[in-house]
Design a protein around this ligand. Structure first.
Ligand SMILES: [Zn+2]
Length: 419
């Protein structure tokens, strides 16, 4: 069996792994790199080199390049039905934002639907020589880790995982038993996460402070997952001021409410989403930037979306706040704002006066959780670390060698391994 890393190596973005067995080739995720205006793509694969694609979750860094395989025909696409619906939502928006740079069109994305092979958690699909099992990933609604049995070997591809439960999701499965090959994410391989409840509490306190000081708090949040989680956190804390939600998060709400089996508590999700006020359009947007309130809006890293508008309007006033509630990838406007307090306003970089804070709501396992998952594995798996900044992937592999005596590698892009 050969495993080739097409992207997402020593970086976060454009994940793609090609697993080639004797008779069956599987493509695991095929995403894009989003940090610049022009998206980056993983190494190209011909559709004829692939028998099926397996998609762990909807985030564009895992899904955004998939339509390239569906331009003339396609191959089975194995994923959960929720992931598929969310993927269509995110790619459609991506085409609207970056269509000029994309080697595919809307119609190619629609074509993927014909090839969907749905799988649920704790279920398996037999495909050619392989058996493919999906397990709860805890990272995003519908997100799964994948166990693949092929040519006598068992491969665990974690996708993005979060072992700890959140206000929105149950934690990931962490017991995989006997495995020969592990391809694991490494986003927070070198960092421990703070206690989640404390993070939630300090976020709510901060929101209260800003609003009681007469300010507007912008919470740039991913449309899927984090936006809804923040709504639940504020709702459960009996937050008594107006909370608005905007943009694609509202479309994601509709989809999530139809797939209640993927969230931890559908009832509290439904109540919180009913409680937040929906932004109807530009008239609302222009009004609420002058209102003491909380605005939850994509994009989570300020790459487009209504959040980019809100940022321009509220960042000049010191009584306002911007609270980041997710990881900010290098090179994004969000990272720049967080590190340098600089935002592009009317096309020009400007120092902002609003208060900027980061709250560590992660949807990834931290160091202890990643090690715990590896420790529980039986056998002597070979481990590949990916989906993390270079230092994280390299050091994580080193640590795994030292701690557990396992063969562990941080592959480079294009790296190919015979196993
Ligand atoms: Zn993700």
């Amino acid at each position: 069996m050969r495993i080739k890393f097409l992207g997402g190596t020593r970086q976060v973005g454009k994940s793609g792994v090609l697993v080639r067995g004797e008779r069956t080739s599987l493509l695991l995720d095929y995403g894009v790199m989003l940090s610049r205006e022009e998206p980056g793509f993983p190494i190209h694969v011909q559709p004829k080199q692939v028998d099926a694609t397996i998609l762990t979750h909807a985030h564009l860094d895992h899904s955004g390049a998939l339509p390239m395989l569906y331009i003339n025909g396609g191959v089975p696409l194995i994923t959960t039905n929720l992931t598929f619906e969310l993927t269509e939502l995110l790619i459609e928006d991506f085409i609207g934002l970056s269509g000029f740079y994309l080697p595919y069109e809307y119609i190619d994305m629609l074509n993927m639907r014909r090839y969907l092979k749905k799988v649920s958690f704790n279920e398996h699909i037999e495909f050619k020589d392989s058996v493919i099992e999906f397990y709860e990933g805890g990272h995003l609604p519908g997100a799964g880790s994948v166990l693949i049995r092929l040519d006598g070997k068992t491969i665990l591809y974690t996708g993005d995982v979060n072992a700890r439960k959140t206000a929105l999701l149950r934690g990931a499965k962490i017991d995989f038993g006997e495995v020969d090959i592990v391809i694991t994410e490494s986003t927070y391989a070198l960092q421990e996460h703070p206690n989640r409840e404390k993070v939630e509490k300090s976020f709510v306190e901060y929101a209260r402070e800003i609003v009681e000081g007469g300010g507007t708090l912008l919470v740039p949040a991913f449309a899927v997952g984090r936006a809804q989680e923040i709504a639940i956190v504020l709702y459960k804390a009996n937050f008594k001021y107006n909370v608005y939600m905007d943009g694609m998060a509202l479309d994601a709400n509709e989809i999530l409410l139809r797939h209640g089996e993927y969230v931890r508590d559908l009832n509290s999700l439904a109540k919180a989403l009913n409680w937040v006020k929906k932004v109807g359009g530009w008239k609302d947007r222009k009004r609420i930037v002058n209102e003491p309130c909380v605005i939850i809006s994509p994009a989570g890293m300020l790459v487009g979306g209504a959040a980019a508008f809100y940022n321009q309007r509220i960042s000049k006033d010191p009584k306002n706040g911007i609270s980041f509630v997710s990881y900010q990838v290098k090179g994004t406007p969000g990272r720049q704002l967080l590190e340098e307090k600089v935002a592009l306003i009317n096309g020009r970089p400007r120092k902002v006066s609003a208060d900027i804070k980061h709250f560590h709501f992660s949807s990834h396992s931290g160091r202890s959780e990643l090690f715990d998952m590896i420790k529980r594995l039986k056998g002597n798996p070979v481990i590949f670390t990916m989906h993390g900044e270079e230092e994280n992937c390299v050091q994580f592999a080193k640590d795994l060698k030292e701690k557990f005596g396992l063969e562990a590698v941080a592959p480079k892009i294009g790296g190919e391994y015979e196993l």
